[in-house]
Design a protein around this ligand. Structure first.
Ligand code: GAL
Length: 671
């Protein structure tokens, strides 16, 4: 496989640390911080995320001495710095002088100071100020030996993902003019003849605000694309300024997880040297470990050559932004961190190093809790530090090549969840997650890849509710069966083109032919309503009246208005082209996945019950590291052999992974 130029990893071995905010503490505490960081084995901290107001007290007047001191102190102690540009939190002097940079929501209410990311991505006023502080920082620290990574802003889009102000509206019009050339092309793409919305000039176009929840679908989708691009332009602008002064790699922290679809991260990932992610488990998610695995598989799927990415933030315990901020169970901290590593992160960082005593997040957990070091959290932080050091040889290895790809694309999520739809309760992320879960529970590794990914290496390609797809992508996806792969298409896929226009002639438009089946009508189910299938399984939420042209019926409806008609079909071409026209509960999806995995002879990483997660990372020299994570509360025995890097114990041909624990077996394999 061709490899891109290698980006230097910021640390020797895996990275370990978190957001460090010395500006919240007196100097004496800094010395205690570095002492404890060393004790824990911290080797990378993110500094400066929210420090704009302290670095630039008035326009162009900089105060860097405290940051000089912090960087020098960290460097003297062998701790590398991920230096953040502070643009997530514009200073109050800037917001007071220019309240017009604050973002405006769809109801045309302007945000107020006091939060963060309080800026509109289209604001040139903001950009000018932002690039000044970024330039000053990059110039001063671009070659500082402590700085091993640059961190642009923080969670771009978390708070300012969409701005509906007049500046954004004008910028959106320019973006449209670039995309369509002339307004008639936009009229025709969006079908503005409907409701008499024809535009005679781009000047008449507005972001979808104040439209009572019924925007033009094409226009609304373009506004989502524009909004992602507007933030990306800001990321690029900061990156370009940094690169004038520094050769150190640049990243920014994404928010991939728990169904978040803020921006087009697959595109963004191409603009950073090392993609990074923030992942927080949700307390009311009974399968939070699977959401974590999905986030990891997605990060890897969008990383160049499926290489290393970095877990920039997660938590040691309860965050403070959920309703009931559950603490992590004993050993969950280590298990969560190592799960990210298993899925391709070359490190585990937290928000944050030391628990804040003041400010909005004063109750958020941290590596060093309010109670100090005589705590379980601190002991687990030390244990994680030891584990990550022991796993040093894993750095730079890759997750073993997956044979299954799940294709995701933000446009489908945006389109499915906006405007008038046959079923407004459907969530794109839910369907993606359900299919991922079935493979995950069977210990089959999946790459969760963008729509334009190279699919040649996969034996199974799954398209969960891929509503929006252009002709070229549809043809590429359909072609996977011609070379013998299996294609699984679920309901509502291929229904609309890239302009959100419905493809006529029967659903699922773009995939009708390859599937040899199509449907004439959607028949969404009501709350609590279920239908039965001929294998005893049920249908929830969604069904369609399917007509088979050239496919076998795998599952049939046995009751309701669709009794006797196909629900799941398979065209016997290549490895099989499946159409799943219904929304299925987990156990039914699992039955389909089990059949496909067996038919295709896809080896499980290990054979174990669900809840025992297994991922293998490999190096080109043939070394292999088998991560076994037991998320259950009972010990799990399975066939696996090797030396556990975490405690030196030797296993094989059987091993037991104790409840809640992790083993990382270095396997002996021929190179
Ligand atoms: C992240 C953010 C951090 C902190 C954290 C709390 O979204 O980047 O600054 O707020 O959440 O969980």
């Amino acid at each position: 496989m061709p490899t891109a130029p290698t980006v230097p990893w910021p640390t020797d071995g895996l990275s370990f640390g978190g957001d460090y905010s010395p500006e919240q503490w007196p100097r004496e505490v800094w010395h205690e911080d570095v002492r404890l960081m060393r004790e824990a084995g911290v080797n990378l901290v993110t500094v400066g995320v929210f420090s704009w107001a302290l670095l630039e007290r008035s326009p162009g007047v900089f105060t860097f001495d405290w940051l000089d001191e912090v960087l020098d102190l960290l460097h003297e102690n062998g701790i590398a710095v991920d230096l953040a540009t502070p643009t997530a939190a514009p200073p109050n002097w800037l917001l007071t002088a220019h309240p017009e940079i604050l973002p405006v929501d769809a109801t045309e209410r302007r945000e107020r100071p006091g939060g963060r990311l309080g800026w509109c991505a289209a604001s040139e006023t903001f950009r000018e100020h932002a690039l000044r502080i970024v330039g000053a920082l990059a110039e001063r620290y671009g070659e500082h030996p402590a700085v091993r990574l640059w961190h642009v802003s923080n969670e771009l889009g978390g708070g300012n993902a969409r701005c509906y102000c007049e500046v954004s509206a004008a910028d959106f019009r320019d973006w449209l003019a670039d995309r369509y050339g002339d307004v008639d092309a936009a009229n025709s793409a969006w079908g503005t003849a409907f409701w008499g919305h024809t535009y005679t000039s781009f000047d008449e176009v507005s972001p979808p605000r104040g439209v009572g929840g019924a925007p033009n679908p094409g226009l609304a989708l373009d506004f989502e694309r524009y909004s992602s691009d507007a933030l990306l332009r800001h990321l690029d602008a900061e990156t370009a300024v940094i690169e004038q002064h520094s050769a150190v790699p640049v990243t920014t922290n994404f928010m991939v997880g728990a169904g978040s679809q803020v921006v087009d991260y697959a595109e963004w990932a191409r603009h950073v040297a090392i993609p990074a992610n923030d992942h927080y488990t949700l307390v009311d998610d009974p399968r939070r470990e699977q959401d974590l695995a999905l986030a990891g598989d997605r990060m890897r799927g969008m990383t160049r050559d499926r290489g290393s990415w970095l877990l920039m933030e997660h938590s040691t315990g309860g965050p403070s932004w959920q309703q009931r901020n559950r603490a992590k169970d004993p050993s969950e901290l280590v298990r969560n961190a190592l799960a990210h590593v298993a899925h391709g992160s070359d490190g585990a960082l937290f928000f944050q190093w030391r628990a804040s005593t003041a400010g909005a997040e004063q109750f958020h957990s941290a590596m060093l809790p309010h109670a100090g070091t005589r705590t379980r959290v601190w002991r687990e932080v030390l244990a994680l530090g030891r584990a990550l050091r022991a796993l040093g040889p894993v750095q730079g290895s890759r997750v073993e090549a997956a044979r299954v790809a799940i294709v995701v694309d933000e446009a489908s999520g945006w389109a499915l969840q906006s405007g008038l739809k046959p079923h407004r309760g459907l969530r794109y992320a839910t369907e993606v997650r359900a299919w991922h879960r079935a493979f995950h529970d069977r210990q089959v590794t999946t790459d969760v890849v963008p729509l334009d990914a190279d699919l040649d290496a996969y034996d199974v390609v799954v398209l969960p509710t891929l509503l929006i797809v252009d002709d070229a992508a549809a043809a590429r996806l359909a072609a996977v069966v011609e070379r013998g792969a299996t294609l699984v298409v679920t309901y509502l896929s291929g229904v609309a083109d890239e302009t959100a226009r419905i493809r006529s002639g029967g659903y699922p438009g773009a995939f009708r032919q390859v599937l040899g089946a199509w449907s004439e009508e959607f028949t969404p189910l009501q709350v609590g309503e279920t239908r039965t299938l001929d294998d005893g399984g049920v249908v929830i939420d969604w069904a369609e009246s399917v007509v088979v042209d050239d496919a076998e019926t795998v599952l049939r409806h046995t009751d309701g208005p669709l009794a006797g008609t196909p629900a799941v079909t398979r065209r016997p071409v290549g490895g099989g082209a499946w159409y799943v026209s219904v929304r299925l509960p987990d156990q039914s999806i699992r039955r389909i996945v089990d059949r496909i995995v067996e038919e295709r002879g896809i080896a499980r990483t290990v054979t174990a019950p669900p809840g025992l997660e297994a991922v293998r990372r490999v190096r080109d020299d043939g070394s292999a590291f088998l991560f076994l994570l037991n998320h259950t509360d009972g010990d799990v025995g399975l066939s696996a052999a090797g030396t556990d890097l975490l405690d030196g114990s030797v296993h094989g041909p059987e091993t037991v992974v104790p409840a809640g624990r992790v083993r990382v077996l270095r396997e002996e394999r021929a190179s």
